[in-house]
Design a protein around this ligand. Structure first.
Ligand code: SF4
Length: 297
């Protein structure tokens, strides 16, 4: 299989940054990159902490540190010291638009990553794209970062393999997976529209459900889709079900890889360096480009 990446570009003492999300795939990506390059390169593992993630994500992060014998660094936004999605939504009076853009992603993930990158030198980065995500990785390399090492794809590691590798190495996945959630993202993610998801949040985390319900009602945002139309969370029937959560693929994203890519007016002819410049527009400017807080009707 031809790799999306030319490994001969990696030189001795280069720095490789692994963006670790507290999910299984990025943990295993860190494992492989350390296994292959720790004697040759400087490897740094960086996480964006978010207050609304399950508390057990922190336990998993510490377990991964012990497993890999590394200290995981944190990338944060100094304007939101509590790293809370609720704080972002409250302050910006904006949750998300109907094209997949969210103020929490922008200010707690992308902006934090930009700040970290502006203050740290590195040559390559690693994300947890798995073997079944080759097309996404291709798009990411083409449109976002040509210096991304698709380590899991090149090793042929699938999502299922990631779970097994962690288990075989004595690591317990974050508890949120055991509770039936498809990823280790925030509890009550504003990008989720599935009734199945939101009713699971309501069942397992009623306090968080009520918080999301109250703030989205106050900002007039209809987060859930039911019977073909958007409704407020507090309107969702308790027994409503949508598609199975296993197939739900919410990309929070510390980069701009999402359906909003046209917002940046990236042309295919642009080289990666030019694309980078476009992404470095301060997030506070980008947030003002969002439409006002109206839920999709
Ligand atoms: S996981 Fe969802 S709620 Fe959390 S930061 Fe990402 S988009 Fe926002």
């Amino acid at each position: 299989m031809t790799s999306l990446f030319d490994y001969s570009r990696i030189k001795k003492d280069d720095t490789i940054v692994v963006w670790f999300s507290c999910g299984a795939a990025s943990a295993v990506a860190a494992y492989y990159i350390i296994k292959k390059y720790s004697n040759y390169c400087n490897i740094r593992i960086v996480n964006n902490p978010i207050a609304e993630e399950h508390i057990d994500n922190t336990r998993f992060l510490r377990d991964v540190e012990k497993w890999l014998n590394v200290k995981i660094e944190f990338a944060t936004n100094p304007n939101f010291t509590d790293n809370s999605i609720q704080s972002v939504w409250t302050k910006k009076k904006f949750i998300s638009d109907n094209k997949g853009g969210a103020s929490c992603t922008l200010l707690l993930k992308k902006r934090s990553r930009q700040i970290w990158e502006n203050n740290n030198q590195f040559q390559f980065l690693v994300m947890g794209f798995t073997a079944e995500e080759k097309h996404r990785a291709e798009r990411f390399i083409l449109e976002e970062r040509e210096n991304m090492i698709p380590i899991l794809i090149d090793e042929g590691i699938t999502k299922a393999d990631c779970y097994k590798i962690l288990k075989d190495n004595g690591l317990k996945l974050p508890k949120i997976y055991d509770l039936g959630f498809p990823n280790a993202n925030c509890i009550g993610c504003c990008k989720a529209t599935s009734p199945t998801y939101w009713n699971l949040v309501r069942e397992k985390f009623p306090i968080d459900f009520n918080k999301r319900s109250e703030i989205s009602r106050s900002l007039n945002v209809k987060l859930v889709r039911y019977k073909g139309k958007r409704i407020f969370l507090d309107e969702l029937p308790i027994d409503a079900q949508g598609r199975k959560l296993k197939s739900m693929d919410i990309e929070c994203g510390i980069f701009c890889e999402d359906r909003r890519k046209n917002r940046f007016q990236v042309k295919k002819s642009q080289k990666p360096a030019q694309i980078d410049k476009i992404q470095e527009i301060p997030s506070d400017l980008l947030i003002r480009q969002f439409p006002t807080s109206k839920g999709e009707q």
